[in-house]
Ligand binder design. Structure first.
Ligand code: FES
Ligand SMILES: [Fe+2]
Length: 460
């Protein structure tokens, strides 16, 4: 992307210079052409800046602070680990996502592979300096051990023959008493080596990894395939919000229908002139009354919504999906609220959110995915696809304003404790919706507490 922008910049600048210094001096063209060249140059700058807009909001890390009792830090599910564009053939990438350290690479065969990142020889991260060899293998940058992406096996040479090694482990008493040198590292066995292999799915220009505490657990849902949306909407850019909070705080926003009034009342920075009136509903995807509960009073909105529900919800995936319907009416000055858009939001597992937004004026898809780098550090991305006729500056503004709304949430999230023992008011549906949401989301933590305890504990 940066190269493309640079290319545009150099091309437009050089053409403008060429026209002004040569053609005008030679009296080949006149002032009008010079103005045209200037306009072309300015348009190129605008095009570079806004065509695939990127906006990042990175607040200060609040550092160590009281967070309260904690549920596991990382849930199970599908997560975006790369874009197709980034993972070019032979490219090797270190992924740190939701408590899983992975080496992600694309083999010479064009297939993406993902293995446990740490080399069992001496602990190097295969994603940092590792190289693709023999079609589907990654070579460790430290002493050259070779792992086959197809199987995870430690292999030898281009025959990919599994290699046998001896296993050693530190004695648990090291550091507590004096030991014979032979006892410090003792042999525990010998045999073949196999790294955990992660299931990947490449779709719509993204690479998803199935990350589960149990390596044998199979997915019970899939990321949504929005190929048909890509036929009518154009990719317009991405925003990044850095969050320092428990990762659940981000999707819990969907089930927290009351916070919109307090956190998202105004749409523009520094002014209350343009306000928003929200109406939100949230339901489990497998709620038998879902379609009725999601019914919209405007027929064309309802038609669009019901088609989305029919298309994406299946018997197999519905228990892993949460559905939100969100109406936004704009409030300008003291005027009556005017319907601006409705969003049908699919929360697909803990890590993916597809927000289908329609308005009388345009259509948008926000695809939200999160990179959880640590217990309290997450990068939340919103990828924007919009109607082709929207000018680049408008879509850039949409991205910017949407990121601003997330920033309003971030202001609260980054300083909050995790509410492990929440209190809910029963007079009204808002808190009951959060309760339903939390009960739904709890399914994604199966086995996570044990994995995190085992992973974090020092054994010697
Ligand atoms: S640490 Fe990987 S080969 Fe030595
Ligand atoms: Fe919010």
């Amino acid at each position: 992307m940066a190269n493309l922008s640079l290319c545009w910049f150099i091309m437009s600048l050089s053409s403008a210079l060429f026209i002004s210094y040569f053609c005008v001096d030679q009296a080949i063209i006149g002032t009008k052409s010079l103005i045209a060249a200037g306009v072309l140059f300015l348009y190129s700058l605008y095009y570079m800046k806004f065509r695939r807009f990127f906006y990042a909001y990175i607040p200060e890390n609040p550092g160590t602070q009281f967070r309260g009792k904690m549920i596991p830090a990382h849930p199970n599910g599908w997560f975006v680990v790369s874009t197709t564009e980034e993972l070019k053939p032979m490219y090797v990438k270190a992924v740190n996502q939701s408590g899983h350290n992975i080496v992600l690479f694309r083999g010479e065969d064009g297939i993406a592979y993902a293995l446990d990142a740490f080399c069992p020889h001496s602990g190097a991260n295969l994603g940092v300096g590792g190289a693709v060899k023999h079609m589907s293998c990654v070579q460790c940058p430290f002493h050259g051990w070779l792992f086959d992406g197809k199987t995870g096996n430690l292999v030898a040479g281009n025959t990919l023959t599994p290699r046998k090694v001896e296993f050693y482990t530190y004695n648990e008493k090291v550091g507590t008493c004096k030991l014979d040198p032979q006892e410090i590292l003792t042999k525990t066995g010998e045999g073949l080596v196999n790294l955990r292999k992660y299931l990947l799915k490449e779709q719509n220009g993204y690479i998803y990894a199935w990350l589960h505490a149990d390596p044998k657990a199979k997915p019970n849902y899939e990321p949504l395939d929005f190929s048909d949306v890509e036929k009518r909407l154009v990719y317009k850019g991405v925003s990044l919000n850095k969050i320092f909070s428990h990762c659940q705080d981000v999707p819990e926003n969907g089930g927290d229908i009351r916070h919109f009034i307090y956190v998202h009342s105004y749409l523009l920075p520094f002014t209350t002139l343009l306000g928003a009136k929200w109406d939100a509903k949230w339901c489990r995807g497998d709620d038998p009354e879902l379609k009725q509960k999601m019914k919209h009073k405007i027929p064309w909105v309802d038609d669009h919504k019901q088609k989305l529900l029919d298309k994406y919800l299946t018997k197999e995936n519905s228990s892993s999906i949460g559905i939100m319907s969100l109406d936004m009416c704009s409030v300008i000055g003291g005027l009556a609220p005017k319907f601006f858009f409705n969003a049908t939001v699919f929360q697909v597992g803990p890590g993916l959110v597809y927000l289908f937004l329609i308005s009388p004026y345009y259509e948008v898809l926000f695809f939200q995915h999160t990179t959880s780098k640590g217990k309290f550090e997450h990068d939340v991305f919103h990828e924007l696809y919009a109607s082709w006729y929207l000018p680049h500056w408008i879509t850039a503004l949409i991205l910017r304003l949407e990121a601003m709304q997330v920033t309003n949430d971030t202001y609260v999230w980054n300083k909050k404790m995790f509410a492990t023992d929440p209190m809910y008011a029963t007079d009204g549906e808002a808190d009951m919706t959060i309760l339903t949401w939390r009960r739904w989301f709890g399914q994604f933590y199966e086995g996570c507490a044990k994995r995190e305890q085992d992973r974090d504990k020092l054994t010697w």
